[in-house]
Design a protein around this ligand. Structure first.
Ligand code: AP5
Length: 210
């Protein structure tokens, strides 16, 4: 299965991508996690991306398209993948089309901006494996420690409310038009992202099977 997850920052794409990945045994391909990893390792890409990311801006298309092309060529993507955070602009979607990828579904998680700003302040992520938690809605078994790998949980720099507001502005301007782009293909499914996590997972699986 080849999927795209769309939605505003903090709409729950990463959370649902983890459940889908487990159920269908396909890798989750998160451009955000890949860029953060590059940043941590201080690679050329990481250094290039840092200022954009910290300011809540998108990293230039050509950089992200290059990363995705390389990643999707990996053996583990042969039977499918979940794109979480890509594409985020029309040129990125066009680049994906040019790669000849036949998508099965595009799922869009809808959450109003006010709810997003409240949600982001409680997000904690694993500094080592990138798994995502929430201080209220998705607590780890032990406070501050990742259930999956035992590393420390940290708050993302770009989850500061002012940066979240800028990320939302960029989302509405550059990413939201992708809903129309994929609606035209008949593959777009809308999921209400305001429910509790388990209910959204159920709705997501139903959307994938219809
Ligand atoms: P990226 O890491 O992709 O961030 P994002 O899309 O802005 O989205 P998030 O990961 O913040 O949110 P999410 O929807 O995955 O929500 P989550 O499940 O974590 O990108 C970061 C940056 O990298 C970008 O700003 C850009 O600079 C760069 N970048 C990345 N891709 C790029 C691209 N293609 N082109 C250019 N630049 C790119 O949920 C959020 C929180 O809410 C969590 O704590 C979670 O536990 C909680 N939660 C989830 N569901 C619920 C629920 N139903 N109820 C209550 N809480 C919930």
């Amino acid at each position: 299965m080849k999927l795209i997850l769309l939605g505003a920052p903090g709409a729950g794409k990463g959370t649902q991508a983890e459940f889908i990945s487990e159920k269908y045994n396909i890798p989750m391909v998160s451009t955000g996690n890949m860029i953060r990893e590059a940043l941590k390792n201080e690679t050329e890409l990481g250094l290039k991306a840092k200022s954009f990311m910290d300011a809540g801006q998108l990293v230039p298309d050509e950089v992200v398209i290059g990363i995705i092309k390389e990643r999707l060529d990996n053996e583990d993507c042969k039977n499918g993948f979940i794109l979480d955070g890509f594409p985020r602009t029309i040129p990125q979607a066009e680049a994906l089309d040019k790669m000849g990828i036949e998508l099965d579904k595009v799922v869009d998680f809808e959450v109003p901006d006010e709810a997003i700003i409240a949600r982001m302040s409680g997000r904690r992520v694993c500094g080592a494996c990138g798994s995502s938690y929430h201080t209220q809605f998705k607590r780890p078994e032990k406070d501050g420690v990742c259930d999956k790998c035992g590393a420390e949980l940290v708050q993302r720099k770009d989850d500061h409310p002012d940066t979240v507001k800028e990320r939302l502005r960029v989302y509405h301007e550059q990413t939201e038009p992708l809903k129309d782009y994929y609606a035209k293909t008949g593959k777009l499914r809308i999921v209400d992202g305001q429910n509790d996590i388990a209910a959204i997972t159920k709705a997501t699986f139903a959307a994938l099977e219809d």
